[in-house]
Write a protein that binds this ligand. Structure first.
Ligand SMILES: NC(=O)c1ccc[n+]([C@@H]2O[C@H](COP(=O)([O-])OP(=O)(O)OC[C@H]3O[C@@H](n4cnc5c(N)ncnc54)[C@H](O)[C@@H]3O)[C@@H](O)[C@H]2O)c1
Length: 359
């Protein structure tokens, strides 16, 4: 089993990565000595892995209650947060209890938010079962729910006590979901580590074949990069924004297409291509490197082209309303070379429109 440490002083924690270790989660949390546990999941994931996780948790904690919410992004909301909180009260979880989030990013985000607010904050453990959750959302402590007026608008920074990532769970994940996670993995190569980018180029077949060793390495390296960035800037005062490479355009595409056409990772894949093109147009990035980024994204079967039939204005407008836009200036994370990015404010929307036109 591999270990990555997220160094945040007294809020530090380990990410454990391996294959076939889901049924050992009990051992992983034994030393915390939680009085009670609320295991939060959805019917899809619980049906696949619930029994194994529950049995393991019961070995180390006499009181484990299972809380199931429906499967889907639309349930990451106030209503289901309220449901979870109500169950926690009914099950009498106390301040030395913990929540265990078993699932993808949706379960991780809402469970983390519930843990951060229940009795002013109780422990929680992430057991991510999608690639996106293993390489991204379970690490770094962003929790939250959606509001009808905006995605992820209500939330907290609240770190888990442990992340327990079993690469074997990817075997049951739909291929499209695997690819959406790979988009975030490619992001780490572009923003931080050219060697890792090259690894993704060289090992494509093994990645797509979910080779155990390759997947464990891929999750570990992604977590190392995220842990390093988060340790230096937990609350996104500066550096952490680089994790949003591809997301300015990606979020705008998701909004313009009503969140129905693309998975988040797919929209980010298009966004990474557009933002690389923008970096090329502005003279920050060699055009050959922009093409290398497009080629890698495309070779994994992820989209790189802007959706057809959507007016450019409807993509630009949500960018202007983005949390990261300040006084009409849009914040972009632009690559200067593969492995290094720069945070740039751009007021001139013409170049943005031009780069969208190239994608
Ligand atoms: N907190 C953060 O830092 C952060 C970062 C990125 C994304 N997010 C959030 O994460 C969410 C997206 O997460 P996601 O992509 O994991 O989606 P998800 O949680 O909706 O999971 C995708 C689908 O896969 C199913 N699934 C999960 N694991 C499975 C498995 N092993 N086998 C079969 N099916 C499985 C789920 O039930 C779901 O239907 C969004 O809400 C996004 O806002 C949060």
């Amino acid at each position: 089993m591999e270990k990555v440490r997220v160094a945040l002083g007294e809020r530090s924690y380990d990410i454990r990565i391996g294959s076939g270790m889901l049924r050992e989660i009990g051992e992983g949390i034994r030393d915390f000595g939680f009085s009670r546990i609320g295991l939060v999941s959805n019917p899809t994931v619980y049906g696949l892995y619930g029994d194994a996780v529950l049995a393991s948790l019961k070995k180390v904690c006499s009181s484990v209650d299972v809380i199931i919410i429906p499967d889907g992004e639309e349930y990451k909301d106030f209503l289901w947060l309220h449901y979870i909180q109500s169950e926690l009260l009914k099950c009498r979880l106390d301040r030395s209890s913990a929540l265990v989030a078993l699932g993808g990013g949706v379960i991780g985000d809402i469970t983390g938010f519930a843990a951060s607010t229940y009795m002013r904050g109780i422990s929680f453990v992430q057991v991510p079962t999608t690639l996106l959750a293993q390489v991204d959302s379970s690490v770094g402590g962003k929790t939250g729910i959606n509001h009808p007026l905006g995605k992820n608008m209500i939330g907290t920074f609240y770190q888990p006590r442990l992340v327990w990532a079993d690469a074997d769970t990817l075997a049951s994940l739909p291929h499209r979901q695997v690819l959406a996670g790979i988009a975030e993995v490619i992001k780490y190569g572009v923003i931080w580590d050219e060697e890792f980018f090259r690894f993704l180029e060289d090992q494509k077949d093994k990645v797509l074949g979910l080779d155990r060793d390759v997947m464990e390495f891929l999750i570990k390296r992604s977590c190392e990069i995220k842990a390093e960035v988060v340790s230096r800037d937990e609350r996104e005062g500066g550096l952490r924004a680089i994790l949003n490479y591809g997301h300015t355009v990606g979020h705008a595409i998701e909004t313009a297409t009503g969140y129905t056409e693309y998975l988040h990772g797919e929209a980010v894949a298009i966004g990474m291509h557009c933002e690389a093109r923008l970096a090329g147009l502005l003279g920050y990035l060699d055009v050959k490197d922009a093409e290398r980024i497009r080629f890698l994204i495309d070779s994994y079967g992820l989209p790189t082209a802007m959706p057809r039939g959507i007016p450019t204005d409807s993509v630009i407008a949500p960018m202007m309303r983005d949390k990261k836009a300040v006084a009409g200036e849009l914040k972009f994370i632009l690559p200067e070379k593969i492995g290094r990015v720069k945070i740039i404010g751009i007021a001139d929307t013409e170049k943005i429109v031009e780069s969208l036109g190239l994608c």
